[in-house]
Design a binder for this molecule. Structure first.
Ligand code: MSP
Length: 509
């Protein structure tokens, strides 16, 4: 990682349709990452936005009977409005129809031309509007794109980017930067694709108009992927390379994408940047795809999952937790109602929520809600506190590799240890026999919960925040610098009456 700034991006979403769980998933993963880095003291730029040009969007607008400008405005708003509902902490939202972006793409184009990487030719081949991608005859499978999308024959004048020339530089970059593409299986795929040889890429279209005009040749608009990928550098201030934002945030630390768009991000994007003499991002992480109760999610099957409905049914933090806990980031995952309810009730309500409610409820009932003064810590107390203290460095490693599920497993090991500790120490039995020891036990537990709640903020920000409220931890004492002995809870402080933070799901709800 470079210094203490961190730039993370989601893909920008096509505005041909309304947002669904796939969009919410990528954005939430980035949100967890961005929140973690902020709490860990980094200055973060977290970008998301909408991809508004191209044939796919133009067709969707026509189908809706609207001008593309009006249509994209409307749909982009839906994506933007979803963010607060998901409690997403993005710092910027970019639209490819914005002036700042058009300026930036045109400057990238000029640089590519200046460096001799673009030439005029004639494209003749297959195009899939759904994928916004070109395919050669031998890539087709039963007359369709490898993704199953229909293709159409396109023959038109086109500018080409000399992608073939970048094969060796790309392979060298992958070699020298083994963490550039993750997970490893995706990296292997990309390396073997590039090793197989690259064809020059058509980067302009003449048969429709909805795109950024090619500088000095209005007959052409830019290929939507050249336009879209450039959003990442636009939001970092390009073409003003002297700006504070640019010098601070470019190159990006992490582009999170779905597995279907790895090639664009790990092959085309770094090639464009090299060819334009611009620095390359540090890492591209490709996550897997969700199915719904074992079935591929598709409009024709009518099983698209609406993130707002999910939140309505199960609660926002519950959904955030589920999506990042259930499936290793990078693998495909299946959304099932029973798994969702299982995680919500077992992990959140029983394990974590109940731990805090039991402890704080006991303190409220038996100690007037005042943070107890601990006596000397025994080995058992110290072991639990040590386990909590060791979490941060483990979590840094897991987040660094986007292993959210392992990060959560690691946290749950300590949740489990705390639950065993409370049963073993049985503070309720100490109340009459040894009140001083009872105070130490409760204090040890409260301190452990403080650590857990602080560390869980990236995933369940609202609920962790409520837990910290109930522990009397001030807003200014919730970042990771406070995960030390020096910031321990102050005995004698009176707390508010605790209420359960993680409700159980009941079918009647
Ligand atoms: N506009 C391009 C990205 C340009 S980035 C410079 C695009 N947009 S998209 O709206 O079609 O897809 C956005 C993301 O949603 C992709 O990363 C894709 O992998 C993800 N998902 C779409 N369906 C999904 C699932 N069912 N499950 C998980 N993610 C899925 O591609």
């Amino acid at each position: 990682m470079t210094g203490s700034r961190y730039y993370i991006t989601t893909p920008i979403y096509y505005v041909n349709d309304v947002p669904h769980i796939g969009h919410a998933y990528t954005t939430l993963a980035c949100d967890a990452m961005a929140r973690f880095m902020r709490l860990d003291g980094h200055e973060v730029l977290f970008l998301t936005g909408t991809d508004e040009h191209g044939q796919k969007v133009e067709k969707a607008a026509a189908k809706a009977g609207l001008e593309p400008q009006i249509f994209t405005e409307r749909l982009s708003r839906l994506f933007r409005d979803l963010l607060p509902s998901l409690n997403v902490s993005n710092d910027d939202f970019i639209r490819t129809t914005e002036f700042r972006h058009i300026q930036s793409v045109q400057e990238v184009w000029r640089r590519l031309v200046k460096n001799g990487n673009i030439y005029l030719g004639q494209y003749a081949g297959w195009y899939s509007v759904r994928d916004e991608a070109y395919f050669s005859e031998n890539e087709l499978v039963d007359g369709m794109a490898p993704t199953g999308a229909p293709v159409e024959w396109v023959e038109e004048p086109s500018y080409f980017f000399n992608l073939s020339k970048w094969q060796e530089p790309l392979l060298r970059y992958y070699e020298e930067n083994p963490d550039f593409i993750a997970p490893r299986s995706r990296r292997n795929e990309v390396v073997s694709f590039v090793s197989g040889g690259l064809h020059d890429l058509s980067v302009s279209r003449t048969s429709f108009k909805w795109g950024v005009p090619v500088p000095n040749d209005d007959d052409h608009i830019m290929y939507v992927w050249l336009d879209a990928l450039t959003n990442y550098i636009t939001a970092a201030g390009f073409p003003d390379c002297a700006s504070e934002t640019y010098t601070k945030f470019w190159p990006a630390n992490l582009h999170v994408v779905g597995k279907d768009i790895v090639r664009f991000h790990a092959v085309y994007w770094p090639a464009f940047l090299m060819a334009a003499d611009l620095p390359l991002p540090e890492r591209v992480f490709a996550h897997g795809w969700w199915t719904n109760e074992g079935k591929k999610i598709s409009k024709s099957l009518g099983n698209v999952i609406d993130p707002l409905e999910l939140i309505e049914t199960f609660g926002l933090d519950q959904v955030r937790y589920f999506l990042l806990r259930e499936v290793p980031f990078g693998n495909d995952g299946d959304f099932s109602r029973s798994a969702m309810i299982g995680r919500m009730n077992n992990d959140l309500a029983n394990d974590f929520g109940n731990l805090s409610q039991r402890v704080l409820g006991f303190v409220a009932k038996n100690m007037g809600g005042v943070i107890p003064t601990p006596g000397n810590f025994t080995n058992d107390d110290a072991a639990l506190l040590d386990a909590a203290e060791r979490l941060l460095s483990r979590l840094r490693d897991e987040y660094q590799s986007q292993a959210f599920n392992r990060a959560l497993e690691t946290v749950w090991n300590v949740v489990g240890a705390a639950n065993r500790y409370i049963d073993e120490q049985a503070p309720w039995a100490l109340r009459k026999t040894d009140p001083e020891r009872m105070s130490t036990v409760l204090y040890t537990l409260m301190e452990t919960i403080r650590y857990l709640a602080i560390l869980m903020q990236p995933i369940v920000p609202t609920s962790a925040g409520r837990m910290l409220d109930q522990l009397g931890v001030g807003i200014g004492a919730r970042d990771f610098r406070c995960l030390t002995e020096a910031h321990r809870l102050s005995p004698g402080i009176k707390l508010t009456k605790p209420t359960p933070v993680f409700p159980k799901y009941t079918e009647t709800k």
